[in-house]
Design a protein around this ligand. Structure first.
Ligand code: UGA
Length: 435
């Protein structure tokens, strides 16, 4: 099938490469000339695992092409996918202006086939365009996790399609024929709201486990045991329950949860549960610093090593990264920080660049008084800590994402501190909150 994909960001590029690998003929429209040039020469302008290799393969097989404008025989394309950004507006709602610009373009060109919205948009926000244009709108929300996006494309939990006509259903089923997943067909509005619902459910799960882990911290319980108990209840399930000391991040959860709240408000439903969840999550980096202050005397004068800055492993995305926020707070406090991230260069640090000792590998961040591991990159979960133990003066490793192997750290002669598994008594018996 011949398809056009508008936008070569995280979603658009994965969608385009994925469709090309399924054998479709894909043309990507990217208005940013620098990005276009890079893509044309087979370079992905951001890091997403496996994407660069897959893109090069598709360029060679001529299944994918990049252009600046959608023009010419536009109706030879059976579908146009909209994958442009929908950031938060200043009121926490969803800014759909980039999508509107694509619609205007399609209307101007008299595009007559299917327009598929992949971007996350509030139900009903773009309905007018169907009346203005001569095409049928389809909603096909994405459920791609940055860092595993290609895998999520080929092995999705389900494919969601919101549509009106039988013809649209036939086309969409044909499009995804090579993917072994259940296809859930519903109305456009339901599909669009389902995307918000999924992200809000996931974010609320993390919010709750983070709260429970915080309580486990102060009562001296172990969150790993608690997750095992909770997760073994099949009504709850054990996935996506890893607590984080610094909260969840990324460009999706905070933005989408706030947009859902705003949508409810605009339609006359006032939710009291949703927004506080995001407010609390955005305070987590500060709460983590409070915890550090409580556990470490004279924090301001310590030398700290930080491993990991991106919001998630296997991505170089710093948007809404709680790790970056922690770094910022420490630097503003005057703490001496050495930092490393496998995928982020110093040019990405903006004003922080001059104030941080930015390192090319994790070993360079040491010696330090203690270590903060802030992103769940696999390379941080060392096989053995023997080689670094002498370079961590206070013998303390903080695992903000609870993903490191605690036993290995302890075997290496270091104290482990996660969330909900922090042995505060052992850290400083005189100052324990548990007394
Ligand atoms: C999220 C959803 O998981 C995707 O299904 C959705 O398509 C995407 O948003 C989107 O709307 O585009 P993403 O934000 O890319 O994906 O990444 P996740 O892997 O979900 O991680 C989000 C945050 O939660 C990260 O900061 C991660 O460290 C944190 N997290 C994740 C935890 O703290 N604990 C966990 O158990 C899992």
């Amino acid at each position: 099938m011949k398809v056009a994909v508008f936008g070569a960001g995280y979603v658009g590029l994965v969608q385009a490469v994925g469709l090309a690998k399924l054998g479709h003929e894909v043309v990507v429209i990217e208005i940013n000339p620098d990005r276009l040039k890079e893509l044309d020469s087979g370079r992905v302008p951001f890091f997403e695992e496996g994407l660069q290799e897959a893109l090069q393969e598709m360029i060679l097989s001529k299944n994918i092409k990049f252009v600046e404008r959608f023009e010419g025989e536009v109706n030879s394309f059976e579908m146009a996918f909209i994958c442009v950004q929908t950031p938060s507006d200043e009121h926490g709602g969803c800014d759909v202006s980039a999508i509107e610009a694509v619609f205007d373009n399609l209307i101007e060109l008299s595009f007559k086939n299917f327009v598929v919205i992949k971007s996350t948009v509030p139900p009903g926000a773009l309905d007018d365009y169907e009346e203005k244009g001569d095409f049928e709108l389809i909603a096909n929300p994405e459920f791609l996790r940055q860092g595993r996006a290609l895998r999520d494309f080929f092995q999705p939990e389900r494919i969601v399609i919101g549509l009106k006509s039988e013809q649209a259903e036939v086309k969409m089923r044909e499009l995804y024929k090579g993917i072994d997943a259940e296809i859930l067909v519903m109305s456009v509005k339901s599909a669009q709201l389902a995307k918000y619902a999924a992200n809000t459910m996931l974010a609320s799960r993390l919010s709750i486990i983070n709260e429970i882990a915080g309580i486990a911290d102060v009562v001296g319980a172990d969150i790993l045991d608690i997750v095992q108990v909770v997760g073994s209840d099949s009504r709850i399930g054990g996935k996506f329950l890893r607590p984080s000391n610094i909260g969840f991040g990324g460009s999706c959860f905070p933005k989408d949860v706030l947009a859902l709240n705003k949508l409810g408000e605009m339609c006359g439903y006032k939710s009291t549960l949703i927004k506080p969840m995001i407010d609390l999550n955005s305070r987590r980096p500060e709460m983590f610093i409070e915890k550090l202050k409580f556990l470490i005397d004279d924090l301001e004068n310590k030398k700290v090593a930080i491993w990991g800055l991106s919001f998630n492993a296997n991505t170089d995305d710093l948007r809404e990264s709680p790790a970056l926020k922690v770094l910022e707070i420490l630097v503003d406090m005057g703490v001496q920080v050495s930092a490393y991230d496998p995928c982020i260069g110093i040019d990405r640090l903006g004003y922080l660049a001059d104030r941080v000792n930015f390192c090319r590998n994790k070993e360079e961040t040491l010696p330090a008084d203690f270590l903060l591991v802030l992103t769940e990159w696999e390379e941080f979960d060392l096989e053995t800590w023997d080689k670094v133990v002498d370079k961590i003066r206070m013998k303390l490793v903080f695992d903000a994402k609870n993903f490191l192997d605690r036993a290995r750290i302890e075997r290496g002669g270091l104290e482990y501190c996660g969330i909900g598994i922090c042995k505060m008594d052992a850290l400083d018996p005189g100052r324990s909150r548990l007394d």
